[in-house]
Design a protein around this ligand. Sequence first.
Ligand code: ADP
Ligand code: MG
Length: 484
Amino acid sequence: MQWETVIGLEVHVQLATRSKIFSGASTAFGAEPNTQACAVDLGLPGVLPVLNEQAVAMAVQFGLAVHAVIAEVSVFDRKNYFYPDLPKGYQTSQMYHPIVGPGDVEITLEDGSTKRIRIHHAHLEEDAGKSLHEDFHGMTGIDLNRAGTPLLEIVSEPDMRSAKEAAAYLKAIHSIVTYLGISDGNMAEGSMRCDVNVSVRPKGQEAFGTRAEIKNVNSFRFVERAIAFEVERQIELIEDGGSVVQETRLFDPDRDETRSMRTKEEANDYRYFPCPDLLPVVLDQAYLDHLRGQLPELPADKRERFQNELGLSAYDANVISASRDMAEFFEAVHSECGDAKQAANWVQGELSGALNRENLSIANSPISARQLGELISRVLDDTINGKAAKEVFQALWNGQGKSADEVIDAKGLKQVTDTGAIEAMIDQVIADSPAQVAQYRDSEPEKRGKMIGYFVGQVMKASRGTANPQQVNGLLKEKLDALL
Ligand code: ADP
Ligand code: MG
């Protein structure tokens, strides 16, 4: 039997407002426990929530970025449940009239192909506090700092058909919210978490299978691993004659498995009702137009422009446009050196490698876009060869010089393209290597090409890496063949 996987994601994005969604308390990460929850966040009697306008603007900007219908009127509802980290006894959310209606996102897969994933809706809600189990023996600590932090929950249609598509979708959402600057997107700090809904069905069958919902998965890699495990579990279960029950599961990255948490609640378990303390949110056209006017160029537009106008491959355009910081760095390098392909290669290759090794983000790159662009220009105009370029890169990275030119001068890396000078070095190497020359002469013509490498190496060494490698190759071949 052939199976098909069906996946829908609910992504919780923490909005980058400075204060909470209904109070003036700070949202800063990492403060001492319980120092940033005020009376409103705690739901003390007699307090009233006041909606943070910034959170509304951010939700609308997201909606506009995913071509969604923005609700003229949206309403906050109370979702009632009891949990120690929920001091109010209910979460203020939007159940029936969310602020962002249907929209869509384009995802790009590794082979460069694209697919549209529909968004069902996105709604505003507040986050709960956090239970701390590790630091307390036989007890649970509660940190309410996070209570009331604004979240945008983005609910997709069940349009994804593989773990790779789900990860690509999550990456697309991550790009959009970070481009918009409405979230820092920091998954390790919980600024973006997702619930993964997974089901399987026999290939060709139209009706969906019963889904399991895996809660709070907080990395791209974990999304893929959790789905892989869950798909296998469900298929095995069905093939053994059982059936999938609709339930909430937890992904355990240490064991690489999902485990049952609880059976799924129904909406009526939560006794939703409109929050009597908050007015409906009414948005007019002028406000939407104002926000539309502030949208930056979005990842999909950048990707298209990089491909169509700058001639980057689909793969390069996708990788570079995924992060706004990287895209902007790349554009600055490109405008300095004028060669998009080279700029893309250096940004994704040497630069990304060095940043990864030192665990730095591109925003904190020790080498500036301007320095890198200038370095590339010196390769393009043949001032230095590729090997010297890497040395210049390292020197700039280490702060040994302000510009590529300065490093090239200081280290004497200017490429030798003077034929006479290269010939002199070649003659010297040939004179110094009688054994290798004899070997070259005596070997089969088709093997000589490979043997030439030794001589090239010697000449490059003699020039301290500065000879033009193409010239060295050509001249060497001429001179050696003249000895035959
Ligand atoms: P709930 O509100 O109970 O969590 P929804 O119907 O709103 O349920 O769906 C939540 C998420 O589950 C959505 O992202 C949706 O795309 C996804 N989903 C719904 N049915 C399935 C299914 N059969 N298989 C996989 N995902 C599904
Ligand atoms: Mg759900």
